[in-house]
Design a protein around this ligand. Structure first.
Ligand code: GLU
Length: 482
């Protein structure tokens, strides 16, 4: 049987980092086994609809390199599956359950349900829907029920949960799980607006889409027993279950917005590289080899093993994400960095081409946190410095410095070639001849050319800036001293 999995988000308007991990694990599992990974939008909760959420979600997933086999990202294929377009299916299946006596209609109002909960809380210490005391098909009988429905009374359809039973299933991550059916509510399957609940639509779709493995977050574990009962009621075999560990804040509380961003879009717009974010998220649950942290998508696919996923919650450690991002930044293709930076370079009015930006990036990448930092950390690669770091200046520009560097400046002006190797040789010869340390010469040069105390190798910087720019800056600086 070939593997079929799905990512089934409710479109909330953003992609949660936990959602990204779920999508990724499904994707890796499908690719690992030559199977199919489906995108399905679970949008039957009409009160929570967000305009444009689906497009945003698909965009974020695509940015992270996660593609679905049946989605609009691949023209010609159908999908994603959108539950609100499949309402008739859920209705038909709900009717089947009703006809076979596995589900019943109920007419309770919100107030009646509230009163029931309060009463059960006080008298019985809690409990779910009290089917024997409420207004439903069981207490009213079939005839009265049909009449109420014909008269247009608001109603829902509930699952008749068997009494004194045990629901058992095997979770790939968590092992054998067993729940007493008495602890499971007679869940609503069809709401009064005619829409299915998450439970019904989810189970019907997973069955009809021939899903073999359900891989999702641990927060859905409590729903699983209900789903197993539904599969039983339909007479269907349930897919295999795998519930991924919770994501935690560093203080081990559940990952929340209060302690940092949770939206993938926010991380991407801050400048985290999608590959770094994906690699980081992939390790929230397990490490394929245990001896390293950086994996390409292909390696993650080749090594993916669902049975190795941990039960324990995984801490979402921003410092580790920063570290991961830096690892990717160090190896990022400079041409790609330049392509991403060009709009900002143009907006800032710098008259340079992508090739120049790529070379600047390659030179300075070790000093950046995000690609876009090139324009601040390396601002002097694009415009003459207007400010000069006071501390650095005080330390390296003494009364005799101008005199000391002057002959070297003239050598630069006349040098035959202006590549970093010849510049290096020139500086070596000069410092040897004048018997001064390298810093005595090069720190003042750095100050005049960049205004900053730290940066990439000076000779490479000079080569990239070019002779005209270097001389213009030096002359301006020396001229300002007069
Ligand atoms: N719609 C659920 C969500 O928003 C899907 C849970 C599942 O994968 O079954 O995450």
């Amino acid at each position: 049987m070939s593997v079929r999995v799905r990512f089934a988000p409710s479109p909330t308007g953003y992609l949660h980092v936990g959602g990204l991990r779920t999508a990724l694990y499904n994707y890796l599992f499908a690719r690992r086994h030559g199977g199919v990974c489906i995108l399905r939008l679970e949008d039957t909760d009409r009160t929570r609809l967000v305009e444009g959420a689906m497009e945003k979600l698909i965009e974020s997933l695509a940015a992270c390199g996660i593609e679905f086999d049946e989605s609009p990202l691949k023209p010609g294929n159908h999908g994603p599956y959108i539950q609100s377009e499949r309402l008739d299916l859920y209705k038909t299946h709900a009717e089947k359950l009703h006809q076979s006596g596995k589900a019943y209609f109920a007419f309770d109002t919100a107030e009646e349900l509230q009163a029931m909960r309060e009463r059960r809380q006080e008298q019985e210490g809690g409990g779910g829907y009290d089917r024997k005391k409420m207004r439903n098909e069981i207490t009213l009988g079939a005839e009265a029920t049909q009449k109420l429905i014909a008269d247009g009374a608001d109603h829902v359809l509930r699952l008749l949960v068997p009494e004194n039973d045990t629901v058992e299933f095997e979770d790939v991550v968590r092992g054998r799980i067993s729940v007493r059916s008495g602890d499971i509510d007679d869940q609503v399957l069809l709401k009064s607006d005619g829409f299915p609940t998450y439970h019904l639509a989810n189970v019907v779709d997973d069955h009809l889409m021939e899903i073999t493995h359900i891989i999702r977050g641990e927060e859905w574990l409590p729903s699983t027993a209900k789903h197993i009962l539904l599969y039983d009621a339909f007479g269907w075999e349930a897919p295999r279950m795998a519930h991924l560990p919770l994501l935690l804040n560093p203080d081990r509380s559940k990952l929340s917005k209060r302690q940092g961003d949770v939206a993938v879009e926010d991380y991407l717009s801050k400048g985290y590289l999608p590959e770094a974010l994906v690699n980081f998220v992939a390790l929230l649950g397990y490490n394929p080899t245990g001896d390293r942290e950086v994996y390409s998508m292909q390696e993650m696919i080749d090594l993916f093993d669902l049975s190795k996923v941990n039960k324990a919650g995984a801490v979402f450690d921003l410092q580790k994400l920063d570290w991961m991002n830096f690892e990717y930044l160090k190896n990022l293709d400079p041409q790609r960095a330049a392509r991403e930076l060009m709009p900002a370079v143009r907006a800032a009015g710098y008259d340079v081409d992508a090739d120049y930006v790529a070379r600047c990036f390659a030179l300075l990448r070790e000093r950046l946190r995000f690609t876009a930092d090139l324009l601040t950390v390396g601002d002097y690669m694009f415009a003459d410095p207007r400010e000069f770091e006071e501390k650095f200046r005080k330390k390296h520009w003494k009364d005799n410095t101008a005199e000391l560097v002057q002959p070297f400046v003239e050598q630069l002006r006349r040098a035959e070639t202006f590549d970093h190797e010849s510049l290096h040789k020139l500086a070596e010869a000069y410092t040897a001849e004048h018997e001064i340390g390298f810093g005595k010469l090069m720190n003042p040069i750095r100050l005049m050319l960049t205004g900053k105390g730290a940066g990439a190798g000076m000779f490479e910087t000079m080569e990239l800036l070019g002779r005209d720019t270097c001389m213009r800056r030096i002359d301006a600086f020396l001229g300002s001293l007069a």
